[in-house]
Write a protein that binds this ligand. Structure first.
Ligand code: PGA
Length: 228
């Protein structure tokens, strides 16, 4: 698999700001050895889908309803996304667990909804519940997942996880989930991305994806990596 770089915009950006970001992004040169995914908030999905249509980036979502289509006010179901080229769904981000009190069972249901809709779930985990999260997911669905290890205390701080801890976590994730691709997230930027990509199959990028200059600088930095 090509290295996967996921831009997680979280609850940032207006439609106009997203458009400006994408126009600048589309003017930069492509990166053949990478898959770039952009995860905007729901209202920005159309502008990202339209402007990334040139194939420079694929579409991801930051969450998904644990329920199918039906009477679940406020939730966005996999069915709602039909017709949009959504490739990945981040599920169980630590901010969802912290501020929205999501449980490992909720996240397991989201995985099921995503896989049924042929969307690849990116299951976020942190030390302490990796095995518990894997155990909550139907065993036959585990190999459909990508798993992102993100230590909550490193997110948005400018201080990423040490490489030795990331190595250890990648092994722990594979022990619990099987041979799945493992991503790293937590203060990834242009200066540390290559170190993480030597260990992980990709990275989740929050802060350094918000300014297009910082994000394209990060992508450019990966050019020094040997092709997979
Ligand atoms: P950060 O966010 O890059 O700002 O640390 C990463 C994430 O939350 O996915």
């Amino acid at each position: 698999m090509k290295k996967l770089i996921v831009a997680n915009w979280k609850s940032n950006k207006t439609v106009e700001e997203a458009r400006v970001w994408l126009e600048a992004f589309n003017q930069t040169s492509g990166h053949d050895q990478l898959t770039v995914a952009i995860a905007p908030s729901w209202p920005l999905l159309p502008v990202v889908a339209e402007n990334a249509a040139g194939g420079r980036a694929v579409l991801a979502v930051q969450d998904l309803s644990p329920f199918p289509a039906g009477s679940y006010t406020g939730a966005v179901s996999a069915r709602n996304l039909e017709g949009w080229p959504v490739k990945y769904a981040i599920v169980g981000h630590s901010e969802r667990r912290r501020y929205f009190h999501e449980t490992v069972q909720d996240i397991a249901r989201k995985v099921e909804q995503a896989v049924t809709a042929r969307i690849t779930p990116i299951v976020c985990v942190d030390e302490g519940y990796i095995a518990e999260q894997a155990a909550a997911i139907e065993p036959e669905l585990l190999t459909h997942c990508l798993v992102a290890h993100e230590h909550a205390a490193t997110i948005g701080t400018g201080h990423g996880e040490s490489l030795s801890v990331v190595k250890h976590m990648v092994a722990e994730v594979k022990h619990a989930f099987g041979e799945v691709p493992v991503l790293y997230g937590g203060s990834v930027d242009a200066f540390n991305v290559n170190e993480y990509l030597l260990i992980a199959d990709g990275v989740l990028v929050g802060t350094a994806s918000l300014e297009v200059a910082a994000f394209t600088q990060l992508l450019a930095a990966t050019q020094q990596l040997e092709p997979a």
